[in-house]
Write a protein that binds this ligand. Structure first.
Ligand SMILES: [Zn+2]
Length: 343
């Protein structure tokens, strides 16, 4: 045993480790060199047979070789483990059918809002929005509601303080928009509104409205009838008939309530239309000159019309829903019935 033959063992060991093609082959190499009867182990044991003065140097040499071979072995073993990880068989049953991802859908009120807005967008309207927490000024005063109007009563309105409230209608968006934009103005404004109501199948303390406003130099009631009728026919069907009944709203003059013929009975009279043959769809009218004044428009320069409808009511009519409270319950058994638009 001399240092030359010891280095020869190292050279062969490193070569064998490098050439090992798999874990089993590598283990054979380990046993051959580092095992209990391995060549390096045998070399260490043979130290006792050499002259005493050569033992320390020889011991050091064999130990360093043993360390290098062990390190090389560990490195190779790690390499082989890493390479084989990707070849591990899939732990489950790859022939099982895939799991369907749960997608959900749009809330029915969102769908109805989108559908209605889509029709008006096609007629040249754009969408405007305003805050839910509104000033009394925009919700009532600038819309020409007199000081003593019953809807200003706290029994109907959620007041936060004397000047701030939860909007009871989407109409304040009209004034906010006109303050910032000169005519022509052609907007719709969908949004949530709040009333101090005790909830029952036809009343809710929060629901949705959509406001419409068209202002220009020569807008008349004919334009109002045209746009409203077009919307009703596009949304409910060509056969729908439309009628205007005189009504009163503080912010329009003249004002009208708009009915359409009952689609359930074609005007014969049924439970949907409460035997009248007609369904009330929206309120509308020509913008009151006082509203233009509050908006800062030049006196007598413009005319316009406004209309407003309850989105919940439209949805109930269109889809035969009998309880407005369903919209806020988040009951997936109810909402899932309307998931035609998957998201
Ligand atoms: Zn009917």
């Amino acid at each position: 045993m001399d240092s030359e033959s010891i280095r020869e063992i190292e050279r062969r060991a490193l070569e064998a480790i490098a050439g090992a093609g798999g874990k089993e082959e590598l283990e054979e190499v380990r046993i051959r060199f580092l095992g209990r009867k391995g060549e390096i182990t045998a070399a260490l044991r043979s130290i006792g047979t050499i002259p005493a003065e050569q033992r320390p140097a020889m011991g050091k040499l064999i130990n360093s070789i043993s360390n290098r071979v062990t390190a090389s072995f560990d490195k190779k073993e790690a390499e082989l483990s890493g390479a084989s990880a990707g070849e591990e068989p899939y732990p489950g049953d790859p022939t099982l059918p895939g799991r369907r991802r749960w997608k959900g859908g749009l809330h029915i009120l969102t769908q109805v809002t989108n559908d209605i807005a889509g029709i008006f967008k096609g007629m040249g309207y754009s969408i405007a929005t305003g805050p839910d927490v509104e000033l009394d000024y925009y919700n009532f005063e600038a819309l020409n509601f007199p000081e003593d109007h019953p809807s200003r009563d706290e029994q109907d309105t959620f007041y936060i303080n004397r000047d701030i409230l939860l909007r009871t209608q989407t109409s304040p968006v009209q004034v906010r928009y006109m303050e910032k934009h000169d005519p022509p103005v052609r907007i719709i404004s969908p949004g949530r509104v709040y009333r101090n109501e005790t909830p029952d199948p036809s009343h809710s303390a929060e629901f949705f409205q959509m406001e419409g406003l068209f202002v220009d130099t020569d807008v008349s009631m004919v334009d109002l009838k045209n746009d409203v009728t077009k919307f009703i026919k596009l949304y409910f069907g060509r056969e729908a008939e439309v009628r205007f009944r005189p009504h009163f709203f503080p912010f329009t003059e003249p004002s009208a309530e708009v009915d359409m013929s009952c689609f359930a009975c074609q005007g014969e009279g049924c439970s949907v239309c409460q035997k009248t043959g007609w369904l009330e769809i929206m309120g509308a009218g020509m913008v009151h000159p006082n509203v233009f004044r509050y908006a800062g428009y030049e006196k007598d320069a413009y005319t316009g019309f406004a209309f407003g409808m309850g989105i919940d009511r439209i949805a109930m009519l269109k889809y035969g829903i009998h309880d407005i409270r369903q919209f806020l319950k988040n009951d997936l058994r109810f909402l899932g019935n309307f998931w035609k638009q998957k998201i």
